[in-house]
Design a protein around this ligand. Structure first.
Ligand code: SF4
Length: 262
């Protein structure tokens, strides 16, 4: 019990969630190392590259992860949410971590400012039963611009959607697709037509080259704003998208040029 350690790359917050169903809300983040994908535009390679994970991960027990959160909460402020991200956190059996973070009953957690509701961010390439025990799952299948089309599986996404949309599941599922180009939009459209009952969020992709652009904060904001206008226009042209939510990556607007959390 609680004997397994997990590779934690960073633990930070509270900050503002930049994407998906919780966009704009305060959240703490725990970033786990390891990912089965290598997306061309990944902005979290420090949690993906096995050499970097080996070099930089802190291997922590579930109760040590909770202690890290309690420390940053004591010094940085409260959030009702903690987001388990990566990498792909679903590579790991995090059931003990989830239990450890949820070990106070929800109403008491919220009323007393203790404990957290849990959001998991994953691309949906693996299913784990512990996902049914968290409050929110944000599943982000990767479109053609990621270079990961050969890894995408309708069968795996189907399993994800079926498990998390059963009436008995306490978890809420949201689908989030990062859009760089027209091919990504077609990919998102196919997914939305297949699962119209699942909330979909479209997120403007951010070109990685901006992170290295010297003093490029304002220019980066301008570029993201222009891409947001483009995506909004595209979505308005197509009635399939009548009920999707369209966002830029809010953290890029708030803190341009910063890849990792604050
Ligand atoms: S799935 Fe996510 S973490 Fe993994 S390589 Fe792609 S963008 Fe990066």
């Amino acid at each position: 019990m609680n004997g397994q350690k997990f590779p934690v790359m960073e633990c930070f917050g509270p900050t503002i969630q930049g994407e998906g169903a919780l966009a704009g809300q305060r959240s703490h983040f725990i970033r786990f190392g390891g990912c089965d994908y290598r997306c061309t535009w990944c902005d979290s390679m420090h949690a993906v590259d096995p050499d970097l994970v080996k070099l930089n991960a802190k291997w922590l027990l579930p109760n040590e992860i909770r202690q890290e959160l309690e420390t940053i909460q004591a010094t940085g402020g409260h959030s009702n949410w903690v987001t388990l991200t990566g990498g792909n956190p679903v590579m790991w059996d995090l059931s003990q971590v989830v239990e450890c973070l949820q070990d106070l009953p929800s109403p008491s957690r919220k009323a007393n400012g203790l404990g957290w509701y849990i959001n998991v961010e994953t691309q949906g390439s693996e299913w784990r039963d512990w996902l049914k025990n968290v409050e929110q799952v944000t599943c982000s299948p990767k479109g053609p611009s990621s270079g990961m089309s050969d890894k995408f599986s309708w069968g795996k996404l189907d399993k994800f959607v079926k498990e998390l949309t059963r009436s008995s599941s306490p978890s809420t599922l949201a689908l989030k697709i990062v859009i760089f180009n027209e091919d990504d939009l077609i990919f998102a459209k196919n997914i939305h037509e297949t699962y119209p009952h699942v909330d979909m969020y479209l997120s403007v992709g951010t070109d990685l080259s901006w992170y290295d652009y010297p003093d490029g904060g304002e220019k980066m904001r301008g570029w993201v704003g222009a891409r947001y206008s483009w995506l909004a226009e595209e979505v308005l042209k197509d009635n399939t998208f009548y009920d999707v939510t369209v966002f830029p990556q809010l953290h890029v607007l708030m803190w341009p040029n910063e890849k990792t959390g604050r």
